[in-house]
Write a new protein. Structure first.
Length: 118
């Protein structure tokens, strides 16, 4: 069974940092593009970042310079390092996998909650 499992969410103060993990089970992530998405209450799903199979990276303007996406193939895991967090970054964060960044995103994880609040 192909699964993506997110972890690392939690409550953090403004200006703080979190690292989210997206672990693959039943398939090898390094041949897939992995995207991170988030959904804030009452808002639409938003694309945050993507890393392609050849490690090209892409970021939404709202997170450029603050978030970093990376792969650790030995652990079959993709990370999203989030720094300088603000309350606007609050939401449920999902990872997804497919052939290319910008494709239809065939596989999704269950999400992890990130709350930025003092």
């Amino acid at each position: 069974q192909l699964q993506l499992v997110e972890s690392g969410g939690g409550l953090v103060q403004p200006g703080g940092s979190l690292r989210l993990s997206c672990a693959g089970s039943g398939f090898t992530l390094d041949v897939y593009a992995i995207g991170w998405f988030r959904q804030a209450p009452g808002r639409e799903l938003e694309g945050v970042s993507c890393i392609s199979s050849n490690t090209s990276t892409y970021y939404a303007d709202s997170v450029k310079g603050r978030f970093t996406i990376s792969r650790e193939n030995a652990k079959n895991t993709v990370y999203l390092e989030m720094d300088s967090l603000s309350p606007e970054d609050t939401g449920v964060y999902y990872c997804a996998a497919d052939a290319y960044c910008g494709s239809g995103w065939h596989y999704w994880g269950q999400g992890t909650q990130v709350t930025v609040s003092s």
